[in-house]
Design a protein around this ligand. Structure first.
Ligand SMILES: [Zn+2]
Length: 239
């Protein structure tokens, strides 16, 4: 993918998260990654969505963090989190970070987002994990808060044995969701679904606090008919 296309894809993903009201003001950021070149394009820091252009996207090398020559805008403050997730999670090509209200409410409650039904099961293979709270040292030391945020996410996925392609989202404790996908468009799609299922789950526990998670056989049926080698949902491709 050439750099112009990468920037356009990242720009469009940022517009979509604003359009779908997943991010207001300057909250949130989306990035696109091209594994062939090792480059990512991400929203610049603190620029309003209304004022963004594709040329404003900041292009940088995911391995080194080196920003492309001639760039004047600073990349999103969450760039270190995006970089580390691209390096750790093979096969992802887009990341969206928002403070969308319902998903953020679950992150603030410090609770996994339970899988109560098939809407959730179609996209996320089980409860969406919430990380443990970040310690004082994780917030203040090492390579920095944003990099350490990624380490907390990656460690949680390792400890739980989660496949990032089967669980394309995480709730960062006391913060908000990070969502990814095979490309930036897919990441936006997953972020929209996450917010919807977070709202549904909140209503579900409001109606009945002791609601059980979806049965494993129904979760398996819904997730696996759309994803993986035996998928059959949709037309030519899986989704
Ligand atoms: Zn945030």
């Amino acid at each position: 993918m050439n750099i112009t296309t990468l920037c356009e894809v990242a720009y469009e993903a940022n517009l979509q998260i604003a359009r779908h009201k997943l991010a207001i003001l300057t909250w949130g950021n989306a990035s696109a990654y091209d594994a062939e070149t090792g480059l990512m394009a991400i929203k610049p820091s603190g620029v309003d969505y209304d004022a963004l252009t594709p040329a404003d996207m900041v292009v940088l090398d995911v391995e080194t963090g080196m920003v492309q020559e001639g760039t004047t805008l600073r990349p999103s403050s969450d760039t270190a989190t995006h970089r580390a997730l691209y390096r750790a999670f093979q096969g992802i090509g887009g990341i969206v970070h928002t403070h969308s209200p319902k998903a953020t409410a679950w992150a603030q409650a410090g609770t996994d987002l339970p899988c109560f039904g098939t809407t959730h099961a179609d996209y996320f293979y089980g409860p969406v994990p919430c990380t443990p709270p970040m310690t004082h040292d994780e917030v203040h030391t090492g390579e920095g808060y944003e990099h350490n945020t990624s380490l907390v996410i990656i460690r949680e996925f390792e400890q739980r044995g989660l496949d990032p392609l089967q669980m394309p989202a995480v709730l960062v404790h006391g913060h908000a969701p990070f969502v990814w996908g095979t490309d930036a468009t897919d990441a936006v799609h997953n972020a929209i679904v996450l917010e919807e299922v977070a709202a549904m789950a909140l209503d579900t526990v409001t109606i009945r606090a002791t609601t059980d998670a979806i049965a494993q056989h129904l979760l398996d049926k819904h997730f696996l008919r759309k994803h993986g080698s035996d998928a059959y949902y949709g037309q030519s491709s899986h989704d």
